[in-house]
Design a protein around this ligand. Structure first.
Ligand SMILES: NC(=O)c1ccc[n+]([C@@H]2O[C@H](COP(=O)([O-])OP(=O)(O)OC[C@H]3O[C@@H](n4cnc5c(N)ncnc54)[C@H](O)[C@@H]3O)[C@@H](O)[C@H]2O)c1
Length: 253
């Protein structure tokens, strides 16, 4: 099956680097007009290279998201695909204990920062884009959770909470929006070789690889390929699904 997205406009949040930039490339290769939304102005060069559009936007900032929607519609006329990929980590244990004494722990500001981008960002972008999809009777919303949003993970209270929430929102929107021709799915990648994964200490990384039956980290293109499939017309009966792209990994204790 060849996926042809010509005539489709695809927005990728956090499209400036990592899995997001690979997704932008893969969507463009399939013929979509690509739109990069990122707070990092480096996304402009990628959009320009691919004949796409860039909007500098912090997805946690609702007025900025609304402005990005307006700019995108002015430049492209529609938004058919939304990949809610922007995400951050701020890892810390709930409580850090030395000799049974609590000496620190996850700060409220780190909890709030992750929640604003990973949860409210997805809420803002989807709520701002969906009215235009409803008008046209077609849409593909692709949310990005994580294996951590399925199993949890040591040191990631904020991130796990946010990625579980993304799965929850997906299941609600899949019910609410299907009648307008919009499907909503969520992908839960395992550990993928990007800047984000490079922040994981080497010893832990080796342990994660040991627990992955495929025996390596994923590469961004392997996740991007799944987003392209979900963006296609051919995936029209996939709705409310949580797709693991994790090399068969199960996170244990
Ligand atoms: N890399 C992994 O192992 C992995 C595993 C599971 C899930 N994920 C998820 O995949 C997505 C992409 O991860 P990645 O590894 O490519 O990350 P990355 O850190 O390499 O790239 C994230 C991109 O998002 C942008 N971004 C961050 N906050 C933003 C904001 N507020 N507004 C707009 N743009 C913002 C950054 O500028 C960057 O371009 C994230 O949602 C992440 O949680 C990654």
């Amino acid at each position: 099956m060849r996926i042809d997205l010509s005539g489709r406009v695809a927005v990728v949040t956090g499209g400036a680097r990592g899995i997001g930039s690979q997704t932008v490339r893969a969507l463009a290769e399939s013929g979509a007009k690509v739109v990069v939304w990122d707070r990092d102005p480096a996304g402009a060069a990628l959009a320009q290279e691919l004949g796409g559009v860039f909007a500098e936007v912090d997805v946690a900032d609702r007025p900025a998201v609304d402005e990005a929607v307006t700019r995108t519609l002015d430049a492209c006329g529609s938004i058919d695909v939304l990949v809610n990929n922007a995400g951050i980590v701020r890892d810390a244990q709930l409580v850090k204990v030395v000799d049974r004494q609590v000496v620190g722990g996850m700060s409220e500001s780190d909890f709030d920062a992750v929640w604003s981008v990973n949860v409210k960002g997805v809420f803002h972008c989807t709520q701002a884009v969906v009215p235009h999809m409803i008008e046209r009777g077609f849409g593909r919303v692709i949310n990005v959770s994580s294996i951590v949003g399925v199993y949890g993970n040591f040191g990631q209270t904020n991130y796990a909470a946010s990625k579980f929430a993304v799965i929850g929102m997906t299941k609600v929107w899949a019910r609410e929006l299907a009648k307008y021709g919009i499907t909503v799915n969520v992908v839960a990648p395992g550990f993928v070789d990007t800047e984000m994964a490079r922040g994981v200490p080497e010893k832990l990384l080796q342990e994660l690889i040991r627990r992955t039956p495929i025996g390596r980290l994923g590469v961004p293109a392997e996740v991007a390929a799944v987003y392209v499939f979900l963006a296609a017309e051919a995936s029209g009966f996939v709705n409310g699904a949580v797709l693991g792209v994790d090399g068969g990994m199960v996170l244990g204790t």
